[in-house]
Design a protein around this ligand. Structure first.
Ligand code: FAD
Length: 449
């Protein structure tokens, strides 16, 4: 009886433990991806994410073709789809790599139990994090809430395993697939994805090329250059990691193999650590996208939403150059430099006093790397309500940030061509006054703590 491999956020054929296990089992393999927009709690993908997914599934399909197999596409509530695929194919085993979000874990656990009750082989594997969330604990056995000791504990844990090679060949099955085009993942009217196409190539081949290029050419400048949005000093691997086109183990061991060291390498490894931390925090606090991680922030008196201010922020028309540059980069390319993400998030939550959840949702819709952990985790980090967060009273001053990190104004000019002309708007808020108002509002949180 064939094996089913259910692909999720792991759109690759190398270092894919579930696929490796299915091949090892020796029967034909059904490789399936399910577009699930119906199961309760599963957050529907944003527009930029759908664009990426379309490219990534195309690339995965080609990779599987090359191994003699094919990618089967199905749409619907995942549990029902996988069950009917088992019935349709008479499969004897189902394999997948683990997910760590709350609703996903529930769904997977229920399905696993049901299949086991039916006598099927079901196995799930560690594939997308370097350390499984339940293995990294404080001395008291609780999850970490502060990054530095968390990462220190990770560094004392057994080293992440070596990546697995891609299978040489996969025994195919003849199972009907839906057509990717019928899923309409790409924008049409209007087609806003020209900038995304220019900026990105989804898929594992491009991901590995990027990793090689980064380690060879850019890592040495990473520690210095990573905060400069005008430079391309960072890896730009985040969407590839988000979709699992590249595993963190592959990144980890590529660094080992190349024997990269020094400040850049340490810094970069630490950033991978922040990715781990965000997922571990989500694992222990599944409501991270909707609920303040620090409960006392529930007392924060968000004023009534000013829709025009939110729109100006989304469209990059706030009159604050670094904020507008970032928001326009995001809209055009589906990404934004990390330093600028922090600045625009601080501006939204502190100068505009708009609830961080509004910003998180906009990023969810527009980022190609938006994921269920890093996005809410970082929003809460900036807002002050999150794990190991920046203290609330740290209000980024976008003008000082620009002077420090974009001293020649190169990044701002790239995205705000009309700067310095009459066309560019006046700032929609006074930075100093709004900062003071934010600090006054924060008193409520302090009182609730
Ligand atoms: P590099 O500097 O090359 O870092 C290497 C890798 O480390 C990244 O690819 C990423 O996987 C990881 N990483 C780096 N910084 C962080 C971080 N702070 N948190 C978690 N992982 C990190 N990152 C996402 O992957 N998805 C998101 O949805 C996301 N939303 C964010 C929202 C806000 C408000 C902020 C301030 C940051 C957010 N980040 C998010 C983190 C960070 O901005 C991006 O990971 C980074 O800009 C990606 O660029 P890079 O791959 O060149 O990063």
């Amino acid at each position: 009886a064939p094996s089913i491999v259910w692909f999720r956020d792991d759109l690759r054929v190398a270092d894919h433990p579930a696929l490796a296990a299915a091949v090892e089992r020796g029967a034909p393999v059904v490789c399936v991806y399910v577009l699930d927009e119906e199961s309760p709690g599963i957050r529907p993908l944003g527009g930029a994410a759908k664009w990426w997914l379309n490219g990534s599934l195309t690339a995965l399909g080609a990779a599987l073709d090359g191994l003699g197999a094919r990618l089967v596409l199905r749409r619907g509530p995942a549990a029902r789809v996988i069950r009917s695929l088992v019935d349709e194919t008479g499969a004897g085993a189902v394999f997948w790599n683990r997910r760590y979000g709350g609703p996903e874990r529930r769904l997977d656990a229920e399905l696993k139990q049901a299949f086991r009750d039916d006598g099927l082989i079901v196995q799930s594997f560690a594939a997308n994090l370097l350390f499984e969330p339940w293995t990294i604990r404080t001395g008291q056995g609780t999850p970490f809430s502060v990054f530095t000791p968390f990462w220190r504990a990770c560094m004392h844990a057994p080293e992440p395993r070596h990546p697995l090679p891609a299978p040489e060949k996969i025994e195919p099955t003849d199972v009907a697939t839906e057509r990717l085009d019928d899923w309409s993942l790409l924008p049409t009217r209007p087609d806003w994805a020209a900038g995304l196409r220019e900026a990105w190539s989804p898929g594992a081949v491009a991901a590995h090329e990027r990793l090689r290029g980064f380690l060879a050419d850019d890592l040495a400048d990473y520690a210095d250059g990573r905060d400069r949005p005008a430079r391309s000093a960072t890896s730009r691997l985040s969407p590839h990691l988000r979709w699992g086109e590249l595993s963190p183990h592959e990144v980890w061991h590529a660094m080992r193999q190349r024997r990269v060291h020094g400040e850049g390498a340490n810094r970069f490894r630490t950033e991978l650590g922040w990715r781990e931390f965000a997922w571990h925090v989500l694992f222990h606090a599944p409501e991270l996208a909707t609920t303040n991680w620090r409960g006392e922030f529930d007392a924060f008196p968000w004023p009534r939403l000013h829709p025009a201010a939110l729109r100006a922020w989304e469209e990059g028309r706030t009159g604050v150059p670094l904020v507008d540059a970032g928001m326009r980069e995001l809209w055009a390319t589906g990404t934004m430099h990390n330093r600028v993400r922090m600045v625009v998030a601080s501006f939204l939550t502190k100068n505009l006093l708009i609830d961080w959840r509004r910003g998180e949702q906009w990023f969810w819709d527009t980022l190609v790397d938006a994921d269920a952990a890093s996005n809410p985790f970082n929003w809460q980090w900036v807002a002050g309500s999150g794990a190991d967060a920046a203290p609330y009273f740290r209000v980024f001053n976008p003008e000082l940030q620009a002077t420090k990190f974009d001293p020649d104004g190169e990044y701002v000019r790239r995205w705000v061509a009309e700067i310095g002309t009459d066309e560019y708007p006046e700032p929609i808020v006074d930075l100093k006054q709004t900062r003071a108002a934010a600090l006054a509002a924060y008193e409520h949180v302090k009182a609730a703590a």
